[in-house]
Design a protein around this ligand. Structure first.
Ligand code: DAT
Ligand code: MG
Length: 140
């Protein structure tokens, strides 16, 4: 995985509320290029594995229930400084603390249902992208 990549998920409530198109437009308008994309749904077990780093935290159970509650869109995005710039575009984890104009400020319903995921390190981009995509599904 190149360093100018990040990985995102458009989360179940954002899909349910028909906000996927608007979110993808914000992502494109901010200069990110979609390198891979998949509309899918994960089980509780898969959500638990994806968020294993949070196991034991008070919000973990609710997080995996939510992430497996409906379809999601997983995508790999390319841009210079992708990881940091994408975290800036989506805003703080808690939408109440997210800056005006960020994806989470606009589309999140709560801290748990905060519209989008964004990877936090080069290592996690690789791990998270590999969780959803195989080699044949990623076009460089
Ligand atoms: P982020 O998604 O901004 O990287 P994180 O990795 O700390 O945030 O947490 C993963 C997800 O878990 C987050 O998007 C929403 C949920 N979450 C985090 N902290 C929470 C809290 N205090 N209450 C409820 N859900 C929380
Ligand atoms: Mg995180």
């Amino acid at each position: 995985m190149a360093k100018n990549m990040t990985f995102t998920i458009i989360k179940p409530t954002a899909i349910k509320n028909n906000n996927a198109g608007a979110i993808l437009k914000m992502i494109n308008d901010a200069g990110f290029v979609i390198k891979a994309m998949k509309f899918t749904r994960i089980s509780k077990t898969q959500a638990g594995a994806f968020y294993a780093v949070h196991k034991g935290k008070p919000f973990y159970k609710e997080l995996i229930r939510f992430m497996s509650s409906g379809p999601i869109i997983a995508a790999i995005l390319e841009k210079e400084n992708a990881i940091e710039d994408f975290r800036e575009l989506i805003g703080a984890t808690n939408p109440d603390k997210a800056k005006e104009g960020t994806v989470r400020k606009i589309f999140a319903c709560s801290v748990t249902e905060n519209a989008v995921h964004g990877s936090d390190s080069v290592e996690n981009v690789r791990i998270e992208a590999d969780f959803f995509f195989n080699q044949l599904e990623i076009y460089y």
